[in-house]
Design a protein around this ligand. Structure first.
Ligand code: NA7
Length: 487
């Protein structure tokens, strides 16, 4: 590293991407570093979500930092608590505790006199030459606007704010929402609840998946054979499936997408016996339009005698339960809101003010956007990981973040090496990119006619619209023509 300037780095957020950034900065000797974390622990979405049945739907060995393989994953798809422990362990191993300020929510970042000035909710002040915003995507719970939400006399909470004091065994439980979260909760509670009702507004396509435990022999082999462990991280069958899936997202009429459609259809046909229930579970849109759900056991769970699928609209919540539009009151002890997240908040509600007093709120008045989801005009030396319109789908966001880091690091080197003191994408580059992105996004499967958290408020998929190979190519090396540099 040609270190000519000692830069101060601030990383915002100590979730998956913040931990990654801090490790990489320290590894390169950039220890003028502070990580601000709004909570008391690392882990991001894996800290926030503790609901029963929480499981990552990406293969455990793929949802792992490339530099920190984990021979101990217990299952093909890792349970949430294990992932949380992995992040805590990794942060500890790389000595991040010395750099993280916990319980410090950044409320304001303002670019003034060539530096970023930061404020926390506690009134602390700090400054940075470079900000890495690793603030995550799925962490601000979305509460439904249902009438009577605050009148319920039993226990009611969002899936990402699970109240572990509430008894579940032999209770009457209602779960609203049938995204990945709702589906996993139904599977987990189906054997515990006296009566479990799944309130489904839209049906979901479900991909079957097996989730075998790794045996002690397998784990010992992973421990003793680093090559084997590395092979697991890039396991060829899994990688090929991810590539096929990505090709299908970008090309809804491809044979790969027809293959996915055939699988999920077959799963429904084979798994659900009752024709009435089968029709209720049949989505009226194409597979993978909403984020595809991988579940080994939802269809079995929903067919248990104590489990009911309710497809009538919810009229309101009352003190004793949920009333549906047909007038029926579903008496309940517990209501779980598995109603998703404000996925387009990104760094907000932080106040971020860039060059020329330009606020992020104004910049994003038409929706969040950024060049390659990393940099924005007027926000010098401000880089995002898993920022707006990046790759999303059924694959590892850790791998995506590592490629983004590789790219960001090259921008940092320019500043450090004295090529410039400030760098951000140009307005022209961002506009050109955004125009092409939107045109392509409309053609993806996500834009094929369904409602999902992938869509922005105009109904356009807020995602990377091309395949992964193109993304990885872009992340290889920044095209400096797309950047404004000042000295
Ligand atoms: P999602 O995938 O956003 O799912 C939210 C679910 O909640 C979805 O089924 C919604 O129905 C339903 N919902 C939302 N508001 C209401 C109201 N008012 N009434 C009834 N139903 C409602 O969130 P998840 O937490 O499951 O998953 C988020 C991501 O986390 C997931 O994709 C993985 O990446 C991990 P809708 O389909 O809109 O009709």
């Amino acid at each position: 590293m040609t270190d000519t300037r000692d830069l101060r780095f601030i990383v915002i957020g100590a979730g998956m991407a913040g931990i990654l950034s801090a490790i990489k900065l320290l590894e390169a000797g950039r220890n003028n570093l502070r990580v601000y974390e709004k909570a008391a622990k690392v882990g991001g979405t894996w800290r926030e979500n503790t609901y029963p049945g929480l499981t990552c739907d990406v293969a455990a060995h793929a949802y792992t930092y490339s530099f920190e393989p984990n021979p101990e994953w217990s299952q093909y798809l890792a349970p949430g608590p294990e992932i949380q422990q992995y992040f805590e362990r990794t942060a500890k191993k790389y000595g991040l505790d010395d750099y993280i300020r916990y319980d410090r929510e950044i409320t304001r970042c303002e670019f003034k006199e060539g530096q970023w000035k930061l404020e926390t909710a506690n009134g602390d002040h700090d400054y940075a030459d470079v900000i890495i915003a690793a603030t995550g995507v799925l962490h601000r719970p979305r509460f439904p606007s249902l009438k009577g939400l605050d009148t319920f006399r039993g226990a009611l909470f969002h899936s990402a704010r699970w109240d572990h004091e509430v008894a579940l065994d032999d209770k009457r439980i209602g779960v609203i929402g049938s995204g990945s979260t709702g589906v996993q909760i139904i599977s987990a509670l189906s054997e515990r609840a006296q009566k479990l009702t799944h309130f489904q507004r839209s049906a979901q396509w479900i991909m079957p998946v097996e989730n075998p435990a790794f045996t002690e022999e397998q784990k010992a082999a992973f421990r003793n054979d680093p090559e084997l462990l590395r092979h697991m991280q890039n396991e060829p069958t899994y990688s090929a499936a991810v590539d096929r899936f990505n090709h299908a997202i970008a090309n809804p009429d491809s044979p790969e997408m027809h293959e996915i459609e055939a699988w999920v259809l077959q799963n429904l046909e084979d798994s659900v016996a009752d024709p009435v229930l089968k029709e209720k579970l049949r989505p009226g849109y194409r597979a993978a339009c909403k984020r595809l759900i991988y579940s080994p056991d939802y269809y079995q769970a929903i067919q248990r005698p104590n489990v009911f699928l309710e497809t009538e609209n919810i009229e309101c919540i009352e003190e004793n339960g949920i009333r549906t539009a047909d007038g029926v009151l579903h008496a309940l002890d517990v209501i779980v809101l598995a109603t998703g997240f404000h996925a387009h908040a990104f760094m907000r509600p932080m106040q971020i003010v860039g060059r020329n007093n330009r606020s992020l709120d104004d910049t994003w008045a038409e929706g969040p956007r950024a060049y390659l989801s990393i940099s924005m005009p007027d926000f010098p030396n401000f880089f995002m990981l898993n920022g707006p319109n990046g790759p999303v789908g059924n694959f590892s966001l850790i791998e995506i973040a590592e490629h983004q880091w590789h790219y960001i690091e090259q921008l940092i080197e320019l500043i450090e090496g004295g090529e410039c003191s400030h760098i951000n994408t140009s307005q022209k580059a961002q506009d050109t990119f955004e125009t092409a992105r939107v045109a392509a996004a409309k053609q993806t499967i996500f834009g094929s006619g369904c409602q999902s958290w992938y869509l922005d408020d105009k109904g356009i998929p807020a995602t990377w619209p091309w395949d992964r190979a193109r993304f990885f190519e872009e992340m290889e090396e920044p095209d400096l023509q797309a950047y404004d540099m000042t000295c």
